[in-house]
Design a protein around this ligand. Structure first.
Ligand SMILES: *Cc1c(COP(=O)(O)O)cnc(C)c1O
Length: 375
């Protein structure tokens, strides 16, 4: 485990896999621009390294962040690609965002005015994308208000309206077919009205679910996130693009011992040995972002074999049941996410056990875990 000295464990981001996933997305969507969502530290994969790879290779055309500070971090690292802040900026942060050359999301007259005021104060212009709410009910103007807001942006010094976008809450599931189709139609009508006022804009709507399942939503630019990191947004999503896993998570066994039938393992005594068995202790816990919800449910791979978690995941350590006879020893490699021999644990498997989505599994990994990058 390179770079692991003193760390609980190591996450290896597979930049080569991320690049392959972006190439596969490009192959699917053809001649559209691709914005890679790198918010939340690239879904826990390391935003600076991921963004640098994307810029170096041309694997995507744009980057998407959630917060101004995420955009500033990328600019400080020398990333020059267009960066769209996907959520609306308000107040003091607007000036920093404009100063860093971020492209801003605007949703209403106030956000357009703030963008214009910041740009004028800095003696520059700011590119903005108008967000329309077609059914997510999170942020965005009502579709009927979009043409007037586009006109307002055009009339605001320092503001350059470049794009129009919306978001799809259920593009990743067959249960959402009709809702998503209606959203796409509403967005296209709204875009026609905006373009009648303003002229052409960069129109975009497609998250991973729509890249996979809704070609009508691709428009001028697509905005995949989770697919870039090698997971499908939902177990039911159409698997129209083959993906490679974005990261691997490994550590080493720190302790082994035999426990007797009837003895319990860990906090709360929630696991009782059904027979004499060997237990390995692994130096990773919920303090590393390995969720306590995996207590008595998750598994780890050692030497190409799968071992169930015995008892509760602790803050810093977790125990696995090796069975009545084992050759596992202190120092053996443990795979929490990734392959070992013929076995593989994916972030989607872990998400299923936790009752969540793979996005959260990788976002939870904490700074205590060492990071390396391959490719
Ligand atoms: C995060 C985000 C995306 C990417 O979503 P995925 O489901 O990860 O593909 C796209 N658009 C917006 C507005 C987002 O916030």
């Amino acid at each position: 485990m390179p770079g692991a000295l003193g760390a609980s464990s190591v996450v290896t981001t597979r930049l080569d896999h991320l690049r392959a996933n972006l190439d596969a997305i490009r192959a699917r969507v053809g001649d559209r621009l691709v914005l890679a969502a790198v918010k939340a530290d690239a879904y826990g994969h390391g935003a600076v390294e991921v963004a640098r790879m994307i810029e170096r290779t041309g694997a995507a055309d744009w980057l998407g962040v959630a917060t101004t500070s995420e955009g500033l971090e990328l600019r400080a690292a020398g990333v020059g690609l267009p960066i769209l802040k996907l959520s609306v900026a308000r107040g003091e942060e607007v000036r920093a965002a404009v100063g860093a050359g971020l492209t801003l999301c605007v949703t209403d007259a106030a956000s357009i005015a703030e963008a214009g005021a910041a740009a004028s104060a800095l003696g520059t212009t700011v590119r903005v994308h108008l967000k329309v709410d077609t059914g997510m009910r999170r942020i965005g103007c009502e579709p009927a208000d979009a043409p007037a807001l586009a006109g307002l942006a055009d009339a605001t010094p320092g503001v350059e309206l470049e794009g129009l976008f919306s978001h799809l809450p259920i593009s990743d599931s067959p249960r959402g077919e009709e809702f998503t189709r209606d959203q796409i139609a509403l967005f296209r009508r709204t875009a026609d009205q905006v373009e009648a006022v303003h002229g052409p804009v960069v129109k975009h709507l497609a998250n991973s679910g729509a890249v996979l399942g809704h070609p009508d939503a691709w428009l001028d630019l697509v905005r995949p996130g989770i697919m870039v990191y090698g997971a499908y947004p939902d177990p039911e999503a159409a698997r129209t693009v083959a993906l490679l896993p974005g990261l691997e998570w490994r550590t080493r066994v720190t302790f082994t011992k035999q426990v007797r039938a009837g003895e319990t393992v860990g906090y709360g005594r929630t696991w009782t040995a059904p027979a004499d068995t060997w237990i390995a202790t692994v130096p990773v816990g919920y303090g590393d972002g390995y969720s306590r919800l995996l207590s008595n449910r998750g598994r780890m791979l050692i030497g190409g074999r799968s071992y169930p978690i015995a008892g509760r995941v602790c803050m810093d350590q977790t125990m696995v049941d090796l069975g009545p006879a084992t050759d596992v020893a202190v120092g053996d490699e443990v795979v929490l996410v990734g392959r070992s021999g013929a076995e593989e644990i994916t972030t989607s498997e872990i998400a299923g056990l936790m009752g969540t989505i793979p996005y959260e599994v990788t976002c939870l990994i904490t700074a205590r875990v060492a990071r390396t990058f391959v490719g």
